[in-house]
Write a protein that binds this ligand. Structure first.
Ligand SMILES: Nc1ncnc2c1ncn2[C@@H]1O[C@H](COP(=O)(O)OP(=O)(O)OP(=O)(O)O)[C@@H](O)[C@H]1O
Ligand SMILES: [Mg+2]
Length: 303
């Protein structure tokens, strides 16, 4: 498949112009014919097959797809935490074959070191990469200011809310000034209100620094709210189904959820992720819900 987006969505002239400009920017990430097969006890499992896409500088790409379609496998390969079986990944034209400070990672689970303060968590990667202590400290303060956590520099992770922990994780990932930020369902464990605030906050950060973002999510609204383009994967094996240019104008706001562009994008994503299927007459695979047995003697029935 080529990098050409297959978009079934109407775009205004302003949105078309935005995408024309975006595609003129340099390519940061180039994924070519990427495949991954795991060896398991049940035999080989093809998690990804022939994945092709490009990400341009300062682009925000979201990846969605059904559970098990290989989203985390893809991002782990891009991070260099997992090997690939075929194809190649180029970052700024150089093959990715292992972890590197040019890629920052934020996961769903809280990955801060619990025994280090917020500031020391952010300094950690800088010191590993040979920044002097004073330099690391001054940079850490700057990144904590960006995520609005200067006042919490000397707190420990257990003293922070889930959203604050993820803001520290973002500061830590950005402190090494990566070319691309790789995020695997980073807001998946947050409550709806905190999640919405984090989405807006991430867009503010993205607008204010030179960073390209690849963001995995299960949440269609989140993908539409954040992304320039959405890479839709399908399962078994994980492959690119469609690359959608989101026609919702920027700057984004929560109010846009009722816009026709937002609704059209959501309808398209839903059709791709949950296609209407014909039920076969005898589908042994289909889940049959059991009849629930009665375990109470309470007389009054609930309806
Ligand atoms: N280490 C492994 N060994 C064998 N199979 C694996 C391994 N890791 C993942 N898989 C398989 O590869 C496929 C893709 O898994 P992956 O975790 O990348 O999916 P995902 O899209 O991130 O799923 P989710 O939405 O649930 O997070 C699945 O079939 C999974 O069982
Ligand atoms: Mg996953």
């Amino acid at each position: 498949m080529s990098d050409q987006p297959i978009s079934y969505l109407d775009q205004s002239d302003a949105v078309k112009a935005r995408f024309d400009k975006l595609k003129q920017r340099e390519v940061i990430l180039d994924v070519k014919g990427l495949g991954k097969t795991y060896d398991s006890h049940q035999g080989p499992v093809t998690a990804l097959q022939d994945i092709n896409f490009k990400t341009h500088r300062r682009e925000f790409v979201c990846v969605i797809g059904p559970s098990g379609c290989g989203k985390s496998t893809l991002i782990r390969i891009l991070a260099g935490l997992e090997s690939h079986s075929s194809g190649e990944v180029l970052l700024d034209g150089q093959p990715v074959n292992g972890p590197g400070r040019d890629r920052g990672m934020v996961f769903q689970g809280y990955t801060l070191f619990p025994w280090l303060t917020v500031k020391k968590n952010v300094m950690f990667g800088l010191e590993v990469n040979n920044a002097g202590r004073n330099e690391a400290e001054s940079q850490a303060r700057q990144w904590l200011e960006l995520v609005g956590l200067s006042k919490f520099a000397d707190h420990y992770p257990h003293q922070l809310s889930g959203g604050m922990k993820q803001r520290v994780a973002i500061a830590r990932a950005l402190a090494n000034q990566p070319r691309i930020l790789l995020m695997d369902e980073p807001f998946g464990a947050l409550d709806a209100q905190t999640r919405a605030k984090m989405q807006s906050h991430l867009l503010e950060i993205w607008k204010n620094i030179d960073i390209t973002i690849l963001f995995i999510t299960h949440d269609l609204d989140e993908a539409i709210f954040l992304a320039d383009r959405i890479l839709v994967l399908k399962a078994h094996p994980g492959a690119v189904q469609e690359l959608i240019e989101v026609p919702v104008p920027r700057p984004r706001s929560a109010m846009q959820i009722t816009n026709p562009e937002f609704q059209a994008t959501k309808a398209r994503l839903e059709a791709l992720i949950h296609p209407p299927t014909e039920q076969p007459e005898h589908d042994e695979e289909a889940e049959v819900m059991p009849k629930v047995i009665r375990l109470t003697d309470v007389a009054d029935n609930v309806e």
